[in-house]
Design a protein around this ligand. Structure first.
Ligand SMILES: NC(=O)c1ccc[n+]([C@@H]2O[C@H](COP(=O)([O-])OP(=O)(O)OC[C@H]3O[C@@H](n4cnc5c(N)ncnc54)[C@H](O)[C@@H]3O)[C@@H](O)[C@H]2O)c1
Ligand SMILES: [Fe+2]
Length: 384
């Protein structure tokens, strides 16, 4: 077996209502001043007040920073970190989707040890210590609660990542009740993002390993079986919980077996056209899977068989096609835009996107099949 390493979040609590019980954990660690990082949408959805009130009722100081923006820009990260320092925070709670969780990671780091973002973009360049960090996802999702990554938008329209083992939180809390109010469209987009994490982890060219494989398969089974239910009825709490668990497992997988071309092609859609991260993945997923088929067909066949026992005896070609059809079915069955032309992209923009995608080489290098600029253009054209 090839050698491998595996890292993940050390403690996970999966319990309905757990977001109201964070005080116990913080008090056990000696923390007194919590800094909650979230966004205005979460406040409007009424998801922030109760956890903050529960902390205060237990005698802790709780400050809410609610100015996170989607695809968090640098200035928001820096402002939030300064606010945490000014507040004398001794712990950070990320409460929200990937944007809030990624911001919370950097707040925990920068509040304890100021350093320039420019100096820490990339792999293992950040220096500790960081403040104690609890992550509470409200989308299922980015899996950010189980990854060492914080993605930030730079002023020149790039998305850059701080990747550091310091950014695994101390605790991830999966509380399905928080996700019940997420509307059908975002539920579908974020759920497909999680599926893509699992698929790309399982087929990655670098650092594919037996633990990530196992997690990716289980993640995909959970997400495949429950996405339709969660989209059709947001109050189906069992489906919501399965989605949160699937998203976490996919996060654990791709934290150690990194994502590839689907994410690379999604990046410029986010940075140039502000297409939400999950939707960007959904729009380019199927044509990228088809492109990868010659190199990854046997792996897609394995995933297909894991999702559908009826494919157990099917040949690789048939099982792989069935897998791609099932993934395409999730996109087509979701109440989300289906083509790039529906999200503000013009035909003349496609070559610009293809050129921009080629700069995401840190992800492209993980793709099972070599992908050149003309291939990127062909995929965007099919997605158009
Ligand atoms: N760290 C990682 O490993 C990782 C992985 C994938 C993506 N990302 C990043 O995560 C970000 C995307 O995160 P996201 O897709 O979770 O979306 P998001 O955090 O940007 O949230 C999208 C919207 O959904 C709303 N929302 C979230 N939860 C809700 C709920 N339960 N009820 C009602 N509204 C709710 C928010 O208010 C916001 O308006 C991007 O910046 C992306 O680059 C990070
Ligand atoms: Fe993603």
């Amino acid at each position: 077996m090839p050698s491998f390493q595996f890292e993940t979040t050390p403690r996970i609590v999966c319990e309905r209502g757990a977001a109201l019980k964070l005080a116990q954990t913080l008090q056990a660690g000696g923390q007194r001043r919590a800094f909650i990082v979230t966004d205005p949408g979460l406040v409007r959805a009424g998801l922030v007040e109760a956890p903050a009130a529960a902390l205060r009722a237990a005698g802790l100081h709780a400050t809410v920073y609610d100015r996170v923006e989607a695809d968090p820009p640098e200035h928001v990260v820096l402002e939030a970190a300064q606010a945490a320092r000014d507040d004398g925070a001794d712990c950070v709670i990320g409460l929200g989707g990937g944007s809030s969780l990624d911001t919370a990671k950097l707040v925990a780091l920068l509040a304890a040890r100021p350093q320039r973002l420019e100096d820490i973009y990339g792999v293992q360049r950040a220096a500790g210590p960081r403040l104690p960090l609890i992550q509470v996802p409200t989308t299922a999702g980015t899996g950010s609660e189980a990854t060492p990554t914080a993605v930030v938008s730079t002023p020149d329209h790039q998305k850059r990542g701080v990747i550091s083992s310091l950014l695994y939180p101390d605790l991830a809390v999966l509380d399905a009740e928080l996700t019940a109010a997420l509307p059908a469209g975002p539920t579908a987009m974020t759920g497909i993002d999680a599926m893509v994490h699992a698929i790309e982890a399982y087929t990655t060219r670098h650092r594919k390993n037996p633990i990530s494989d196992m997690l990716a398969v289980r993640a995909l089974q959970l997400l495949h079986a429950h996405l339709g239910r969660a989209v059709a009825d947001g109050s189906d709490i069992a489906a919501r919980e399965a989605m949160l668990l699937g998203s976490l497992l996919a996060g654990m997988a791709f934290a150690n077996a990194p994502v590839a071309a689907i994410h690379a092609l999604a990046h410029p859609l986010g940075s140039h056209f502000h297409v939400p991260h999950g939707l960007a993945n959904a729009l380019v997923m199927a044509p990228t899977l088809v492109f990868n088929l010659p190199a990854a067909g046997h792996l897609y066949a394995e995933l297909g068989r894991a999702l559908d026992p009826a494919l157990r005896d099917a040949a690789d070609a048939e099982a792989a096609q069935a897998f791609i059809a099932a993934m395409r079915g999730h996109v087509q069955g979701s109440p989300i835009p289906q083509r790039l032309r529906e999200v503000g992209v013009g035909e003349a923009d496609l070559p610009v996107l293809a050129e921009a995608a080629m700069t995401v080489d840190r992800l492209l290098m993980n793709n099972p099949r070599e992908l050149a600029q003309r291939d990127a253009l062909a995929i965007y054209t099919q997605a158009f």
